[in-house]
Each structure stands twice: as structure tokens, then as C-alpha cells.
Design a protein around this ligand. Structure first.
Ligand SMILES: [Zn+2]
Length: 326
């Protein structure tokens, strides 16, 4: 994944290329911006540039064994780069036993992960000599102990060692972590670039308005294999709006097992369904079309609330209540 394959992030990518070409790559970057816009791809591309054995003008060749192993993940979990000097960290990526911990990481990246993967490595030179690169997915999920342990390393950066913290919620990082990392900002993708990405996958462009500039979200919503789940959700929610009272309406909806972002995607499908209905009825029955359009806005605002960490069950109950009043 060379830099040239990352769409719509020329400011961020130019900053990184310039640093590489001037030999001034910072030891700790913070890649900020919405989910699914290329932060992780850029982190892997930067890691390739740092470990490539046949660089061209200080940029990765993309073809040498080192470059290929950066982006080839192990087949068995934990799925991490095959290159020993590119270390991936993420909440729950490693089984507790591997980290020497007795509890699983359910909500946060805990201290044992930093101890095992970072602190035990940073005192030693890279296995293959060029650089040691740590990529931390959703770095805002570091708990206080883990963040403080990481901070010690960031304050005394060893030679040839680089950290790339990825986050869509930079405000949740400790101020001390923020001040020790250099921000590189990634923007929402334009509709045009989302269209290019969806076209490459042969996916439907109709999800673009609901994708909040995120390719990951657009791809998830346009995934054909999830069609059955989509139809089920849309029809359950439609039935709940027709139900005689709120209690029976809520009985149609079961989101207890749902992940917040999964529910957001499902609501995206319902929003598309409402938009289709409103379009179809605008001439024939403008009153109903108007109602569906108002419902569409309510669904979008609940999607935004879920993005900001709302509780799925409560958000859904509030949404059904509001939709029924429209
Ligand atoms: Zn290479």
C-alpha cells in the first residue's frame, strides 16, 4: 500500500513524504481523523518507507521482502504484520495469556499490552536493522496506566524507533500523550473519492450520503452479503412504527446484543429505505413523503449520537418513540 494509493489525503501524505525525504521523520505521530479515511493505510505505508531495504528517493519500493511483510498479516490470529519490526497494538488483538495478563481487554488497551509489546522491545535494536515501528489502533482506548507507561517511552525515544498512534477521538488521549506526539490530520473523504472507492469494489454508490466521508462505513453499508440482515432490520423497524402502542413497538426491536457502530450501520440502511420511499411517493402522496423525509433526519441524528458513544438500547428506544410521533 504505497502512499500513492491513498485517496483524498494529499495534505497528510505530503507532510509524511517531506519528513521522509528530509530525513526528519518524527518519532511519534498521532494520525487523527474520522474512521475509515486512510489513517491506517498511511501508517502501514509509512512503516514500509521506514523498513524498506530498497527505497527509492527515501520512499518504499513496495516490492522488497520487507515492504511485502509489512502489509502481509499472519493467517492465524492475532493478525499482525509478518515483519518483526512492525508491531501492531490494539485493544483485544492479543489473547490475555500472550500478554501475561489474567483478564481480557474488553474496553481498553491495558498495561500488559504496553509492557509486553513496547517496553520489552524498545531497549533492543530492530531485528532487521532499519527501524522499529509501533502502530496503535484506536490509541484513545489506552487506559491511564497503559498511556502513562507508553508516555515514558515517548519521552525518551530510543533510536530508530517510531510510534504511530491512530485515533478518531484525539480529545480522549491524555494531554501528555498529545503533547508528545505530532498530529497529522486526515480529512473526511469527498463524495467523489468515496465514489471511486465504491466503483473499484463494484459496490452501490447510493450509500455515499450516509457514509460521513468514511470509506470503511460506505463499504460496510454496501456489502451485499449483509443484505439479509439489512432486510430483517428494516422490516422489524417498519413494523415497530406500525405497532399499536410503544411497548409492542419496542418488542419488535432487539438491540441488546448490538454493537453501537453495528447499530449505526443498520440505521443507515433504514435511512436509505426511508429516502427511497420518500422519493417514490413525492408526487403520489406528498404528505407521506414529507413524513418519511422527517423520519430520515431523525434517523441520521441518532446515527450521529451513536457515533458519539450513545447507549444502543436507549438511543433506539428514543428513536422509535420520536419516529412514531412524526
Ligand atoms: Zn521495499
Amino acid at each position: 500500500m504505497p502512499f500513492s494509493e491513498i485517496l483524498g489525503q494529499s495534505t497528510a501524505i505530503d507532510t509524511l513524504k517531506r519528513a521522509l525525504q528530509l530525513g526528519k521523520v518524527h518519532h511519534a505521530y498521532r494520525f487523527e481523523g474520522p474512521d475509515g479515511v486512510g489513517k491506517e493505510k498511511a501508517a502501514f505505508a509509512l512503516a514500509q518507507c521506514l523498513v524498506c531495504t530498497e527505497p527509492r528517493e527515501k520512499l518504499a519500493c513496495g516490492n522488497c521482502s520487507a515492504c511485502r511483510r509489512v502489509v502481509t498479516l499472519s493467517e492465524q490470529p492475532p493478525q499482525v504484520p509478518k515483519h518483526p519490526d512492525v508491531v501492531l497494538l490494539e485493544r483485544g488483538l492479543y489473547p490475555a495469556a500472550v500478554l501475561g495478563s489474567d483478564s481480557a481487554e474488553t474496553n481498553t488497551i491495558n498495561l500488559p499490552q504496553i509492557k509486553k509489546l513496547v517496553q520489552s522491545r524498545v531497549g533492543y535494536p530492530p531485528h532487521e536493522g532499519r527501524a522499529l515501528v509501533f502502530i496503535i489502533r484506536r490509541a484513545d482506548e489506552l487506559n491511564a496506566n497503559a498511556a502513562n507507561a507508553l508516555l515514558k517511552t515517548l519521552e525518551e525515544p530510543p533510536e530508530k524507533t517510531h510510534f504511530i498512534l491512530l485515533t478518531h477521538r484525539p480529545h480522549r488521549l491524555l494531554d501528555t500523550i498529545r503533547s508528545r506526539t505530532l498530529a497529522v490530520r486526515f480529512a473526511q473523504l469527498s463524495d467523489e473519492n468515496l465514489g471511486i472507492i465504491l466503483d473499484r469494489l463494484g459496490a452501490n454508490r447510493s450509500v455515499i450520503p450516509l457514509s460521513a466521508g468514511s470509506a470503511a462505513q460506505a463499504i460496510a453499508m454496501s456489502d451485499e452479503q449483509r443484505l439479509a440482515a439489512k432486510q430483517e432490520f428494516v422490516s422489524a423497524l417498519s413494523m415497530s412504527l406500525e405497532a399499536p402502542d410503544l411497548a409492542s413497538a419496542l418488542a419488535h426491536i432487539d438491540v441488546k446484543g448490538n454493537d453501537r457502530l453495528e447499530l449505526r450501520d443498520q440505521l443507515g440502511w433504514f435511512a436509505l429505505h426511508l429516502a427511497d420511499m420518500a422519493r417514490d411517493l413525492v408526487v403520489e402522496d406528498p404528505g407521506v413523503a414529507e413524513r418519511d423525509a422527517r423520519r430520515y433526519s431523525l434517523v441520521l441524528s441518532t446515527m450521529a449520537e451513536l457515533e458519539r458513544n450513545a447507549n444502543p438500547a436507549l438511543a433506539m428506544e428514543a428513536l422509535v418513540t420520536r419516529l412514531r410521533r412524526v
